[in-house]
Design a protein around this ligand. Sequence first.
Ligand code: HEM
Length: 414
Amino acid sequence: MTTAHTYSSIDISSASFWATTAVEREKTFKILRERDPISWHPPAAGGILPAEDGDGFWAVVRHEDIRYVSNKSELFCSGRGVQMENFPQEVLEATQSFLAMDAPRHTKLRRLVSAAFTPRRVATIEQQIRSQAARIVDELLETGDCDFVHQVSMRLPMWTICEMVGVPQDKRFLVADAADQMVSYADPDVRGDREPIQIMGESIFALASTAVEMVRARREDPQDDLMTSLVQAEVDGETLTDDEITAFFCLLAVAGNDTTRNTITHSVKALQDFPEQRQWLVEDFDGRIGSAIEEFVRWASPVVAFRRTATQDVEIAGQRIAAGEKVVMFYPSGNRDAVVFENPDEFDLSRTFNPHLAFGGGGPHFCMGNMLAKTQLRAIFKELLFRVPDLRVGEPEYLLSSFVHAVKRLPCTV
Ligand code: HEM
């Protein structure tokens, strides 16, 4: 596609921009919010496919505009990809399921799994999540000084999603690791001497072979889990194919692991950096954890960006967008928008008005796992704050990524 737009002089596409910290990047997003809220940029570096000539994306950085794009799914569709970069069609089909679909197919497939994520269903597994959080903290205390991400943050999300879907015990680390690699391929440390497409291929193979094994097992011997529901489900009178179930599985494994893991990691660091906030929370944990969790998620903003594609010529905030152009929403930027948030750069657990966009800006794709994530955050912080009061964390090692705000390692002493 060739367009006549001039690229913004403000860089949010280079690897060096994404290699800085979120605090540094926010300075750039603040400038864009104030001076050029809908701006045109070259494709982000490090993509899996080479960028086409004249390709680029519109950056949407203000709270109000992110909500608009999210809610107008007839104008801004997901079916042509939801990431900043172009991915090979095979990768999209194998991994993204209904995340990268539009109505009516999106509505039907989302409905199939939504029953597993209702507040009532989440409440029924809450006790199990609490027991699991207690076990994770038992093991942290036994282990002593360690990498907090590996020992704590990754374990509860991994356990929860694997338990719901029905992943066998011996496959859980493999699944969490493969899901993690799928969002980490841009980082040189993760990549080593592999090409991004190779990392993607290896991760898809690991997840797909696990899913196919589970599908076979559930067809012979149904269980009370999500995989059994998928195997038995019918859409438009047809059962799902193995490929469709595999894509479902990839989506849930990625969506359910990394996001909550990174929220736990960023929040544990923030509670240490802002001891008065930690104190405030501990003084009335049960009464205050609700608002605290909203702030944990706003602060962490673990998903950085999702993309849509304009279905017709349209305007956002006075800027004309042509049909077929990419529109990328930057959630961390919306979550620091001073028009909506008082003192947006402060970690303030007592915020009473906190309409953050960390789970998306509303609309049909709004995060399905938000209740589940909140239940996990409540459980793990109750254990950590009261049973490991002397926990100290060091400096986070951030992942280089324009998609997720992730921490690779966080040393801790217990
Ligand atoms: C703190 C944790 C989490 C955050 C910040 C988060 C964030 C998001 C965001 C930003 C979206 C896209 C929203 C949009 O396009 O409008 C999304 C979608 C989704 N999330 Fe989450 N998520 C979290 C946890 C989870 C968990 C635990 C699950 C469970 C599997 C999950 C499952 C999904 C699914 C299935 C979708 C796709 C929904 C659709 O396309 O209809 N998420 N999430």
